[in-house]
Design a protein around this ligand. Structure first.
Ligand SMILES: Cc1cc2nc3c(=O)[nH]c(=O)nc-3n(C[C@H](O)[C@H](O)[C@H](O)COP(=O)(O)O)c2cc1C
Length: 100
């Protein structure tokens, strides 16, 4: 590539065959709220690609707002024995008020 030429990476690419979106493990994305408290968001759309981790996180979530503001997050994969605790997060949000 010539110096000064930026590589344009398309933000969306149609893949063939289309891959089934099943069976991905649940990652727990921990971010920092503006008041310094932690927020944990369950997420299945997390992939490690090369030296990057790609997170498919809704822009409407508290975790997304926190990650953009702070520029960092922690990704955990809870051990199987913690499934009840992980399950208890499933229908929660750190958003206040809770989106309708
Ligand atoms: C098992 C599971 C997987 C989820 N995966 C995703 C995901 O990949 N991307 C996403 O944006 N939301 C995902 N969600 C929904 C978020 O967890 C949900 O929007 C939640 O409100 C986020 O919490 P927060 O607002 O505190 O960040 C998932 C929820 C569950 C229970």
């Amino acid at each position: 590539m010539d110096s000064g030429t930026r590589q344009v990476i398309p933000s969306h690419r149609v893949i063939n065959p289309s891959i089934l979106y099943v069976g991905t493990p649940v990652a727990l994305i921990t971010t920092l709220n503006a008041d310094g408290t932690p927020n944990i968001s369950p997420m299945s759309s997390a992939w490690a690609l090369g030296d990057r981790v790609v997170l498919g996180m809704s822009t409407g979530s508290q975790g997304s707002e926190n990650a953009v503001r702070e520029g960092e997050c922690v990704i955990n994969f809870a051990q199987a024995s913690l499934w009840k605790q992980v399950d208890s997060l499933a229908r929660t949000t750190g958003r206040n008020p809770v989106p309708g």
